[in-house]
Design a protein around this ligand. Sequence first.
Ligand code: G1P
Length: 291
Amino acid sequence: MVRPMQVRSAVIPAAGMGTRFLPATKAVPKELMPIGDTPAIQIIIDEALGAGIDHIVVVSSRSKPAIEQYFAPDPELIEALKAKGKDDVAERIASIGRDWRVTITYQDNPRGLGHAVGCGREAVGDEPFAVLLPDELMGDSSLLAQMCGVCASTGGSVVGVKQVPREDVSSYGVLAPSGPMDDDGVIPVADLVEKPPVDEAPSEFIIIGRYVLTPDVFDEIENLTPGSGGELQLTDALRAQASRSPFSGVLSSVDRYDTGNPVGFLDAAVAYALRNPDMADGTRAILTTHT
Ligand code: G1P
């Protein structure tokens, strides 16, 4: 059977408790916290849409009902905004789930990233799909678009990659390349290892939170046993794929913000505000008062 290679769906794991942002996340999911005027998850969705994806699969938790509320249609709010002449924001709100499809699915037990991605299986179906970890914001869609192209041309899974100093590798999944990187930044991958000790790391190429995966990964996920940290690790499912199919890393050249901690989140918010014509001057003026 020839599989369709167009990537249509993106899975966004969003069931985490946001422990590092408590007490803010006691009531407000981290994914909805604002980067300027936009919830962080919408920036991730916009990145996916920019890469040609039109089905967003949010893996949420039933303890975070505000996520569902964000995606629910709200015709009354739209009418009220239009009546006030606020057509721009009315249109932004109307486009949520209208110009693209959203499926919300649930991960009721936090058993690891592999398990979270597996919760998207039914929504994704039997075709290649993207995974975007919402703790990392990218400057634009170019990395994801390139990764979709590499998946289509190789027929195998692809991860986004960054090179970091060796002492930093232990916080990430690390690639074992099987050959040199080409001129487009594509690295053939023989193996992957989740959070290795520095002296056992096979390279300085780490997995960043972007994946384009072939659907056979779902079978690997079902076979997972607890790995690093006692969790069902996505990296372990990927290593099974890499052992028998083409597998690639793509070195990222886009800006990347790690919003997993409050200072990183602030960094991302400032960077986005400086890029927004409505906020740039005011933000710059504020920053000068703090230096
Ligand atoms: C996860 C993955 C890891 C990857 C990282 C990127 O780890 O398991 O392989 O390098 O995301 O941010 P986590 O940050 O959830 O511990």
